[in-house]
Write a protein that binds this ligand. Structure first.
Ligand SMILES: [Fe+2]
Length: 246
């Protein structure tokens, strides 16, 4: 059965998690943030538009396991067709809902979208004799890099939980403390990207779908934000800036 047709659930142990008051200063955990129906709609988009490598090319980045298929796509700044725009109303609505929730939780006056992806991870058959892997995505920071330094906050939505592994884990420093957050359909995780090293434990079976969103409170991100949420306005502003006759 296709995952998008399944019940998307089955991990009862994942429920009833709570963060400590001190963690809540830089982390967020909310169950049932989006409905199973919304999860199914986003999974259908991932299945329809996702490509191997998720837009990053065949090697998805040094942090990702070589022993899995990574399929996904970016929520584009320029939305190519009317059909694409209509299909993505749900994704943009959820993206904005996550943005507002992070603003509220972290007490931010504003927060702009930087980038968003809908993606899946599925393990491939390990080669005979290959050493076991602990992680699907190695420890990293979401704002370390010349193209991503503006990112200040991250949101992760678990779209299904009918797979093994694929927990998001976080720590404050190399020496701990440590927190592992298992999937639950519709669960939202948020964190301060500047202070949160994180990783993904190995997906050992099944297919893990997530929507990942990065935000910024850097003022220059307003431009990208307008491109995602109001491309017509972005085009009009772009046209105003272009010299006449060129
Ligand atoms: Fe990350």
């Amino acid at each position: 059965m296709n995952t998008s047709e399944s019940a998307l659930s089955g991990n009862a142990a994942a429920q009833n998690l709570e963060l400590s008051p001190s963690e809540l200063e830089y982390r967020l955990l909310m169950d049932n943030f989006i409905t199973p129906e919304e999860c199914r709609e986003l999974i259908a988009l991932a299945d329809k538009y996702g490509t191997v490598g998720g837009g990053y090319g065949e090697k998805v980045g040094q942090s990702n396991s070589d022993n899995e298929v990574y399929i996904g796509y970016f929520l584009k700044e320029s939305q190519p067709t009317e059909e694409f725009r209509k299909e993505h109303e749900v994704a943009l609505r959820i993206l904005n809902r996550v943005r507002k929730q992070l603003m509220k939780h972290f007490g931010l006056p504003f927060l702009w979208i930087d980038h968003a992806e809908i993606l899946s991870r599925e393990p491939t058959q390990p080669q005979e004799g290959a050493p076991p892997e602990d992680l699907s995505m190695d420890w990293h920071m979401d704002n370390h890099g010349p193209l991503i330094w503006r990112r200040t906050h991250t949101g992760i939505l678990y779209l299904n939980d009918d797979y093994e592994g694929g927990h998001t884990c976080m720590k404050e420093a190399d020496w701990g403390p440590f927190r592992e957050l298992p999937p639950a359909t519709g669960r939202l995780i948020g964190f301060n990207a500047v202070e949160t090293p994180h990783a993904v434990t190995k997906v050992t079976s099944g297919k893990r779908y997530t929507m990942i969103m990065w935000f910024s409170n850097h003022w220059t991100n307003v431009r990208r934000h307008i491109k995602v949420f109001n491309p017509k306005l972005a085009n009009a502003l772009g046209a105003l800036k272009r010299p006449a006759g060129r």
